[in-house]
Design a binder for this molecule. Structure first.
Ligand code: 5GP
Ligand code: MN
Length: 338
């Protein structure tokens, strides 16, 4: 954060504020971790704080300290709108475009509140008075740590805050292995452990609380894997019928896309998941090396994200969507075979 933004933040936070914290739709460990870390921090400083999520979040994140206080906009839009209307500061966390929060964006029009963005995705929109955006960062949770450092508040990181931030850094870095993991990330994580983060427990909560149906859904997804060696690409599909068969719950498909990328020589992996309720195919894309799935998704699937991890959507059928995807690959033959 630049020094003018730090001064502005200090000035705002020197008197009690009504703060609303907003993660993106279908929030992941990073979005919820950043929201709940700031929730505990601001509450301890005497501010009034609400976390408002555009929709529900997965069961494997519900153990997080403060998770029970999150207001789900889909279920409690009246209460959420009331809190937003009263807010003096609104933090948008782990996203940078208001179309990432679905219909919750309608509730953010014509407000008096000042907006603060903390985010690590590419191409930030221009809606925030304080825009702390850094695409080099491993995670929004790492940025929240640096945000606290710039407020000289690192000593106020208690066990709850440490666990929230650790969770987001761990989930967004694939347990500290992705390229965006730096020596600084590791120093941050070390400090979080010193402040009480319980790493073994967190790992278990996130990765080792499977239901048998989820493993069977993974089996189905892997059966559906298509490999296209000429384009060093692999993709998975899951139809609504298949999701229903294995009693799909929110979060069950998290990480499935990475199996495609685990194949030797594959540099582009995708998963296409049918969502009959929303009438869309939700797409996750991952790449290895220089192929930018952020640009690919922006250009063809109404989405975005990072160079090596992005998401998008399609309003075509599942079959038409994969046909479109396969049809695009010849145009990228060179980039995919570098
Ligand atoms: P995932 O595939 O895990 O849902 O998302 C991968 C990355 O892309 C995350 O950083 C996520 O925030 C971002 N992302 C996912 N879906 C979308 C989307 O529809 N639009 C944009 N702009 N980013 C997305
Ligand atoms: Mn993130």
């Amino acid at each position: 954060m630049n020094s003018a933004d730090v001064r502005q933040m200090r000035e705002w936070l020197s008197t009690p504020q009504r703060i609303v914290l907003i993660p993106h739709k279908n929030p992941d460990g990073d979005a919820i971790g950043a929201s709940l870390a700031l929730y505990h921090f601001f509450q301890a400083k005497g501010h009034h704080v609400d976390v408002i999520s555009p929709n529900d979040f997965p069961e494997f994140l519900k153990w997080m300290p403060g998770a029970e206080a999150v207001i789900n906009y889909e279920k409690k839009s009246h209460q959420a709108k009331e809190r937003i209307g009263l807010a003096s500061l609104i933090f948008t966390l782990d996203f940078n475009s208001l179309n990432r929060i679905g219909s919750l964006s309608d509730a953010l029009q014509d407000l008096q509140a000042d907006f603060i963005m903390i985010d690590h995705h590419q191409s930030p929109e221009n809606y925030a008075r304080v825009c702390y955006s850094d695409v080099q960062m491993s995670s929004t949770c790492e940025m929240v740590y640096h945000f606290l450092a710039s407020l000289d508040a690192l000593d106020q990181i208690d066990k709850r805050i440490a666990n929230c931030l650790y969770t987001g850094i761990m989930t967004d870095t694939g347990s500290f292995k992705y390229a965006a993991t730096t020596a600084t990330t590791m120093r941050v994580v070390a400090h979080l452990m010193e402040q009480g983060a319980t790493h073994t427990e967190i790992h278990r909560h996130i990765y080792d609380t499977n239901r048998p149906e989820r493993l069977q859904l993974l089996g189905c997804a892997l059966q559906n894997l298509t490999i296209l060696p000429a384009y060093r690409t692999a993709y998975i599909t899951l139809s609504q019928e298949e999701l229903d068969r294995y009693h799909f719950q929110k979060g069950d498909t998290e990480g499935f896309v990475n199996y495609g990328l685990s194949l030797k020589d594959v540099v582009l992996a995708a998963i296409f998941i049918e969502n009959r309720d929303e009438g869309i195919i939700k797409i996750s894309l991952r790449s290895q090396g220089s192929f930018s799935v952020n640009e690919f998704s922006r250009a063809h699937f109404n989405g975005g994200g990072h160079t090596n991890a992005a998401g998008g959507r399609s309003e075509l059928s599942l079959e038409e969507t994969t046909k479109k995807f396969e049809g695009l690959l010849p145009g990228y033959q060179k980039e995919l075979n570098l």
